[in-house]
Design a binder for this molecule. Structure first.
Ligand code: SF4
Length: 274
């Protein structure tokens, strides 16, 4: 029941963040059924041990030990199919996804070698200048499913509330304790969203207890909200016409299917499927 709404909200986020459908094909994975065929074919050239060795799989097993299903094990193969079906040369990812990209490259090599044709492209990883963002409780990456995220489309008050919940340097128990910005997630967020002079001031004042964590977080929340303001305005504008968002997704699927069909034909030929 929630999935269509979540899909819509995520697409709104992307469009508001600046993804232009004229230049970028935006679509829903399941609208291109060829991905499941490629997934099945690739699973024949994938060793099970490689999948169960992936750190993301081990993490999921820790999180949900009572539901280690086949889909969870095979998910990276589906991701590989998702990349290679469109002959992607580069994939924008966070560093935690690096093993998946390397794994995709291995599958491409294995497939091309086995079937004697260079059908699949080995993709490269494209990491942004902020390769990993930790969640508000530190340690784990920011993730909606872990409920440690800050919603980019949330109201400013909600954003400030989440920022005020952020874990800081654990050694800093009292306002008078000096802190260490190098191990503080709030400080790493300042480095993305705050002005250089503010970052310099916090770096200095935190170390000599010249600034408290509450004040430091308030500065960060103000800067974060200022950064997100144009995004929120654009998002509200696009949301006035929900049908337009769905049309972008349907049109994207049509364009994606054309590319997918070409690849799957090449894959079928290479494998020998009549
Ligand atoms: Fe982190 Fe800022 Fe507190 Fe220092 S003052 S520990 S940088 S939140």
């Amino acid at each position: 029941k929630d999935l269509p709404q979540n899909t819509y909200e995520m697409t709104l986020d992307w469009l508001a963040a600046g993804i232009r459908p004229e230049e970028t094909i935006v679509f829903i994975q399941s609208h291109v059924p060829a991905v499941t065929m490629l997934h099945t074919i690739l699973s024949m050239v994938t060793q099970l041990g490689k999948l169960t060795d992936l750190p993301t799989f081990k993490e999921k097993v820790r999180q949900q030990p009572h539901n280690v299903n086949y889909g969870l094990v095979g998910y990276p193969v589906l991701m590989a199919a998702d990349i290679m079906l469109y002959k992607a040369s580069h994939v924008p990812v966070g560093v935690d996804q690096a093993p998946h990209i390397e794994f995709t490259r291995e599958i491409a090599r294995s497939f091309n070698h086995r079937y004697g044709k260079k059908v699949l492209i080995e993709p490269q990883m494209k990491v942004t200048k902020v390769p990993k963002v930790l969640g508000i409780y530190g340690k784990q990456k920011m993730s909606k499913s872990l409920n440690n995220h800050i919603e980019i489309a949330a109201a400013p008050e909600e954003t400030t509330k989440r920022v005020m919940m952020m874990v800081t340097d654990p050694q800093r128990r009292k306002r008078t304790d000096p802190g260490n910005p190098d191990i503080c997630n709030v400080f790493s967020m300042h480095q993305i969203f705050s002005k250089p002079e503010e970052i310099k001031m916090i770096d200095k004042e935190c170390r000599r207890a010249g600034i408290g964590c509450v004040e430091c977080k308030q500065i960060f929340a103000k800067n974060l909200n200022a950064n997100l303001e144009p995004f929120r305005t654009r998002r509200a504008e696009i949301a006035k016409n929900p049908q337009q968002v769905w049309d972008i997704l349907y049109d994207g699927a049509k364009r994606a299917r054309k590319i997918a069909e070409k690849t799957i034909t090449e894959v079928r030929e290479a494998v020998g499927l009549p």
